[in-house]
Design a protein around this ligand. Structure first.
Ligand code: SF4
Ligand code: SF4
Length: 234
């Protein structure tokens, strides 16, 4: 099973990366980050990274944005390659779409996309709905980790000591990590009048999520988007 996962986010003009190795052995591989035109940094190239067993490595890269690139959405591509394996996306969207369309109770799927690449990926599903061995493996991984998708059941709402809008915050987390749509995640997080760290006053979280999400961790994570300048996403 795939034991490496990647999280990436922007904070101001810093690119933050977290590489997580959940294997019981150390892993060494190459991190490859490709910035789009208009974005530059002094630090990025192919970087060799060693991850000790069951560890997490955080990295920060200051990014310069040219005048021409200001006010535009700029996707950053990244992948980590080790032992002939490659991890690039937090979720296999093509596999998820195929899985939904393979359900005999589902007649139509309306996937959202914001780029031509995403549109082409979604349309390519029509060529062959059969799940490949790798896609099945990716879906099983998502099942094991609880995945990203909050089912909006609202079971968590009465538990929260601060009355937080947890389903909405989980939706925001899903926009950020599932769809790579930071603009939608930012808009939703800032639509509530929440403190910078909404879970900061709780020592222990008493919320019992139907999907066993660690909601405290996810809320703390996605709430950092609040302080990003809005023109970064537009
Ligand atoms: S840690 Fe966060 S989600 Fe959990 S009870 Fe406290 S405020 Fe609610
Ligand atoms: S219980 Fe879990 S899955 Fe249900 S709405 Fe709350 S966060 Fe989402």
């Amino acid at each position: 099973m795939d034991k490496v996962s990647i999280k990436a986010w922007m904070e101001g003009y810093d690119l933050h990366l977290a590489l997580i190795n959940s294997d019981k052995r150390s892993i060494t591989g190459d991190l490859n980050i490709v910035l789009p035109p208009g974005l530059e940094t002094d630090h990025l190239e192919l970087v060799e990274i060693s991850l000790p067993a069951e560890s997490e490595k955080m990295m920060h890269f200051p990014v310069r944005v040219s005048k021409e690139a200001m006010g535009k959405t700029k996707p950053i591509a990244l992948d980590f390659e080790w032992d002939g394996k490659k991890k690039s996306d937090p979720i296999n969207m093509k596999a998820a779409l195929k899985w939904a369309l393979n359900d005999p109770n589902v007649h139509t799927a309306i996937p959202g996309f914001t780029t031509f690449d995403q549109m082409e990926l979604d349309l390519s599903v029509m060529e062959d709905l059969a799940l490949t061995a790798q896609e099945l493996k990716d879906l099983r991984l998502e099942t094991k980790t609880g995945g990203l998708y909050c089912q909006q059941c609202e079971q968590c709402l009465p538990h929260c000591k601060q009355g937080l809008p947890i389903p909405d915050l989980m939706r925001s987390y899903m926009y950020a990590y599932g769809y790579n749509n930071l603009e939608a995640a930012h808009e939703l997080v800032t639509s509530f009048n929440l403190p910078d760290n909404p879970c900061g006053n709780c020592r222990d979280c008493v919320v019992n999520c139907a999907k066993e999400f660690n909601v405290q961790e996810r809320i703390t994570d996605v709430s950092r988007l609040k302080n990003l300048p809005v023109d970064f996403f537009v």
